[in-house]
Design a protein around this ligand. Sequence first.
Ligand code: GDP
Length: 300
Amino acid sequence: AEPDEPAPKRGILGRLMGRGGAAPVARRVLDDAMLEQLEELLITADMGVDTALRVTANMAEGRLGKKLSVTEIKTLMSDEIARIMEPVAKPLPIYAKKPQVVLVVGVNGSGKTTTIGKLASQFCAAGKKVVIAAGDTFRAAAVEQLQVWGERAGVPVLTAAHGSDPASLAFDAMVKAEEDGADLLMIDTAGRLQNRGDLMEELAKIVRVIRKKDPDAPHNTLLVLDATTGQNAVNQVKVFQDISDVSGLVMTKLDGTAKGGVLVALADKFGLPIHAIGVGEQIDDLQAFDPQDFADALTG
Ligand code: GDP
């Protein structure tokens, strides 16, 4: 028989069926060897050892030694993953507080500016008034890109001279957002991890300064993660939790070959809400995180 999917695109189910492309109805005994194979597949999918073990242990509960079809195994696995993901699937909460300040952090290239543009567009469409602050004053390209996104979304983008103090820009943005009666202020930040100390100080200063206008700000600190970095995302969460008060996640680039298996490890380890996922480079390519869709795609 022909394998029904080419190797590089094969997900967990495809690999479970093997190179010969066993039929999805082929039955397998759910024994230790099978569980070990499943565990390996999950680890290959960036889920990490602990989480992979938890998923397979849950799958085995009450079913050890039973004969299941490949499709049944896939469904079981998918449901276990969805169960882990359900508590973290939460859209960005919108508060009555005006302006709600959303600090957006993440390493450069993860998709911060793109995500800000997409979110701004979504909030505008929902009738919210948004202001954006281009807080990475050292990255001319990021500032320009935000301006383009701002134009597309019809949202003002505050910028400052190259290399000027991001905290002072953030303060000006708070003033502007208040003046405009904006519902949301989104602040882009630098993502140069090479010098963690500087970055920490920069973020701390932004927070200190915006708290002069509102002691509860920022109301959200959104960490943007790139799905193509795989297990690296675990480390990025740790680092950004150290240097800021991460309140939620967005994972970008889930439209490519990366299926974001690391999100399961993140949900399991940190329990941070996943507010949205990026599925392309266009303004509408931001979706709510759907645990079952995600789990099905991951195991499919
Ligand atoms: P930043 O450095 O964190 O601000 O990252 P950018 O927003 O500039 O994004 C880096 C690159 O990733 C750009 O080329 C974006 O078009 C691209 N990108 C961002 N989000 C997505 C996504 O969800 N899918 C795809 N395919 N590309 C994305």
